[in-house]
Ligand binder design. Structure first.
Ligand code: SAM
Length: 243
């Protein structure tokens, strides 16, 4: 009988955004796996930096992930899956710490797929985490949605047309994975007539955090950037968006 694999969302960067449930799962697990990419400073990934205050170093295991090259990536996922399977095979619990929420564009999805291929009866759980879009809304004071508002979350990597369509159809639009091409992304926001409603948050929750109006943004930014477009509400009556 296999044990459990728990995807633990640790928030975008600020260790205070870990939930009490996340801290408990991290403390109870037999091993805590953290992604470390080649680009991480000294191999220490952001998730590891967040959980380091709560987990003794000897219970932490770094997993290398090569996100850019498909050949290396498959090998890394296989190796990560085997390391986690070794823990759950004997009935142990493996926690996988992931930035934001584990159900949202997270490596956790691939980890689950791989581990289930090795240990078919592994129990999988998730602990939800605070997402970058929630943190940016809090930092800017913007309401993500009111009343009948719709909210779209689109990665820039889905293509300019998808982003443009979302901006035309949804009151609130969040764009992930576009930091490195921020000028092109903001051109699309500007063309939709919504530049004044847009904010950019980079490295949220970290010392290097920058939050600015889209109109003040200059040049490409880090991959860890989020663009948030919310409808202008100035002067709207209280509850005016309730349908
Ligand atoms: C692979 S997705 C991970 C999303 C994450 N699972 C979540 O729930 O927010 C990576 C994207 O999330 C956003 N992101 C994650 N952490 C961030 C941070 N600290 N500051 C700004 N954006 C962040 C960026 O848009 C980045 O390109």
């Amino acid at each position: 009988m296999s044990g459990a694999l728990v995807g633990v969302g640790v928030g975008p960067g600020d260790p205070e955004h870990l939930t009490l449930k996340a801290v408990r799962e991290l403390r109870d697990a037999d091993r805590v796996f953290v992604p470390a990419t080649a680009a991480s400073a000294g191999g220490i990934g952001r998730a590891e930096a967040v959980v380091a205050a709560h987990v003794a170093p000897e219970r932490l295991v770094r997993l290398g992930f090569a996100m850019s090259d498909a050949g290396g990536r498959d090998g890394k996922w296989d190796a990560a899956g085997r390391a986690i399977a070794d823990v759950v095979r004997g009935g142990g619990t493996a926690a996988f710490a992931t930035l934001g929420d584990p159900a949202l564009y997270s490596t956790f999805a691939y980890v689950v797929h791989t581990v289930r291929g090795l240990e078919t009866d592994v129990a999988v759980r998730m602990v939800p985490g605070i997402t970058a879009m929630q943190d940016l809304a809090a930092r800017t004071g913007a309401m993500l949605a009111e009343g009948a508002d719709g909210l779209a979350l689109v990665p820039w990597t889905a293509g300019e047309a998808r982003v443009r369509a979302a901006l035309d159809s949804f009151e609130t639009v969040v764009i992930y994975k576009g930091g490195r091409e921020l000028p092109a992304l903001l051109d699309v926001v500007r063309a939709s007539g919504r530049e004044d409603e847009a904010a950019v948050g980079t490295h949220l929750g970290l010392d290097a955090e920058v939050v600015s109006a889209a109109s003040a943004s200059t040049g490409p930014a880090s991959y860890f950037s989020t663009v948030l477009v919310t409808p202008a509400r100035a002067g709207a009556p209280r509850g005016g968006r309730i349908a």
